[in-house]
Write a protein that binds this ligand. Structure first.
Ligand SMILES: [Zn+2]
Length: 246
């Protein structure tokens, strides 16, 4: 069961296009996993600094860095940022190698990112960069600072902007993490009325709705990578018991 695999992990990496994306696609799960002893890292590819109607991006970037730090503290997760530019997130091999480096350094068993079916170009790029980064991370012939590593599970989280073709294949009980998530997202001005989109209402209702179907108070939905992608990326890892990090 996916839920058992997620909560058995000692290291989980969540890759989001903009600060606040990781918090919604896996925030309650992250808090619940931390409570169970896991180490969870949020990798914000950009800070989402173009999203303020009044502040110039440079100023909003500073604000979002502070908000992201406080939110991470509430969830108990570690933060990483690649410092790339919001709305201009490159979807190329050079950037995927930066994601590869984080995967190799942290050696997560579970990686969670965006579903690729999104209206937002940065979200599509984040999904692509994460899959390509994992592909590069698994290839021992690619020499980087850290040794090759293959996560054992890649999941795509639920985000209102990434709804094109998303299927809630797996529901994970995140009841233990919901209260921390509620406090964490309110650290962001984005969740306190900056946006016309009612983020807190939407995601609170969504996690509750998924919980109704899971039989728990709250749950988060995830789609899995294809069988062929899982098998293909795993081919590059050493055999189990022969130095594999899996
Ligand atoms: Zn976003």
């Amino acid at each position: 069961m996916i839920e058992d695999k997620v909560y058995a992990a000692s290291s989980i990496l969540v890759v989001g296009a903009h600060a606040f994306d990781a918090e919604v696609i896996a925030g309650p799960l992250a808090a619940a996993a931390v409570k169970r002893g896991a180490s969870v890292t949020f990798l914000h590819l950009t800070m989402g600094e173009q999203g303020h109607p009044c502040l110039v991006p440079a100023h909003y970037c500073v604000q979002k860095e502070e908000e992201a730090g406080r939110a991470a503290g509430r969830l108990g997760v570690t933060l990483r940022s690649l410092g790339l530019h919001d709305a201009f997130l490159p979807s190329d091999d050079e950037t995927a190698l930066k994601v590869c480096d984080v995967v190799r350094e942290l050696k997560p068993e579970v990686v969670i990112t965006h579903w690729h079916g999104s209206w937002h170009k940065d979200h599509r790029a984040a999904a692509h960069l994460t899959q390509t980064g994992i592909f590069f991370a698994a290839l021992p012939t690619i020499a980087r600072d850290h040794a090759a590593h293959t996560p054992s599970l890649l999941l795509f989280g639920e985000n209102w902007e990434d709804d094109d073709g998303f299927r809630p294949e797996h529901l994970v009980d995140v009841s233990d993490g919901f209260d921390a998530w509620t406090e964490a997202v309110r650290e962001y001005e984005l969740a306190r009325g900056l946006s016309s989109f009612p983020y807190v209402d939407y995601y609170s209702a969504l996690y509750r709705l998924r919980g109704c179907l899971r039989g728990t108070r709250h749950a988060q939905a995830f789609a899995a990578a294809s069988h062929s992608w899982n098998a293909g990326s795993g081919l590059f890892a050493p055999p189990a018991g022969k130095g594999s990090s899996r």
